[in-house]
Design a protein around this ligand. Structure first.
Ligand code: FAD
Length: 307
């Protein structure tokens, strides 16, 4: 059995693995795709101490750093179930393998909900973006749109309005769903247009990058096109915690509830990164949370009765 089994091999899981292995305890990582979301990221400019890097390169460094220690990496395996059996936790993979461990750290991350219109996949990272903190500065002085009028969409529009030339916010419903205070702030900005009852139908490009967006006015049925350089899709971030429903306490958004030490509702089970209730989904935050959960897991094990 492992001392610590980490489920998920993104920045949070990698940090947890390094911290656990450096304590000299038996450490395993089971991951669907080692590297996580950074594999899909073009440029990273906000990982403190690294001025600029590319996602896949960052993922390689993560793996090299983890492999420098004695860590059992089980890649391309999805966890399907978590149970406690006697003193040990058991994580069962979709292939039916059962991994046993004294403690578990869950760092299965999250995924951005996609709008699923023509052009989205083609221009991902070439004008189609999901994270204003990450990619906002790439559109300095340009025109962009934000799809989604919930809190995250309106926050993104306010944030971007300070950086880019102009923001068009497109909301599907008849009203924005963001908090009133955010809406007031949004409407006070001169370089933001808000279009409601609008269904995004296509993201256009010139083969290399985004050039515009089309939407259908849901009242008149008319299709209109706006020229712009970037589209921020803000229709939700989905935590990869569906497999833990009924096992761990989850927030109304499906995130794993953790305390200040990263401990979940089950003692001995910790969680870190985008899959948790910790706000602001960023690499540097996931890495810090992973380290924290790992130290907390070690602390938990120190207190376990000796066999
Ligand atoms: P993830 O990176 O999501 O990793 C989750 C891991 O768990 C993966 O290995 C996955 O395969 C695995 N997994 C999922 N489910 C299971 C399961 N059931 N069983 C086993 N394994 C599972 N942040 C920044 O700070 N700067 C940026 O510039 C930036 N740009 C971004 C650009 C894009 C396009 C995207 C999508 C995100 C970007 N982010 C950026 C956000 C950043 O990537 C995340 O905050 C960070 O990766 C979260 O790390 P994590 O380890 O919590 O989760």
């Amino acid at each position: 059995a492992f001392d610590v089994l980490i489920v998920g091999g993104g920045p949070a899981g990698a940090a947890a693995a390094i911290y656990a292995a450096r304590k000299g305890i038996r450490t395993g990582v089971v991951a669907d795709r080692f590297g996580g979301q950074v594999l899909d990221t073009l440029s990273i400019e906000n990982f403190v101490s690294v001025k600029e890097t590319e996602g896949p390169r960052f993922a390689v460094s993560l793996e090299e750093h983890v492999k420098h220690y004695e860590v059992d990496i089980m890649n391309l395996q999805r966890a399907a179930r978590l149970e406690k059996n006697g003193k040990l936790f058991e994580v069962t993979t979709e292939d039916g393998a059962v991994l046993k461990s004294k403690s578990v750290i869950i760092s299965t991350g999250a995924r951005w909900r996609e709008i699923n219109v023509p052009g989205e996949k083609e221009y991902k990272n070439h004008g189609v973006a999901y994270c204003p903190h990450c990619d906002g500065p790439l559109f300095k002085g340009k025109r962009v749109s934000v799809i989604g009028g919930g809190n995250s969409g309106v926050e993104a529009a306010i944030d971007l309005a300070g950086i880019v030339e102009h923001v068009t916010l497109i909301e599907f419903g008849a009203d924005l769903r963001a908090d009133a205070v955010l809406q007031r702030k949004l409407y006070s900005l001169k370089n933001v247009d808000v279009i409601k009852s609008a269904q995004t139908t296509e993201i256009h490009g010139d083969g290399k990058k985004v050039t515009g967006i089309s939407y259908r006015d849901r009242n008149s049925g008319e299709v209109r096109t706006v020229e712009l350089a970037g589209v921020f899709v803000q229709i939700g971030l989905v935590p990869n915690a569906e497999w833990l429903k009924g096992t761990l306490e989850l927030s109304p958004y499906g995130e794993i509830e953790v305390d200040a030490r990263g401990e979940t509702s089950i003692p001995g089970v910790f969680a870190a990164g985008d899959v948790t209730t910790v706000p602001f989904k960023q690499i540097v935050i996931a890495v810090g949370e992973g380290a924290k959960a790992s130290l907390a897991a070690f602390d938990y094990m120190m207190r376990l009765p000796t066999e």
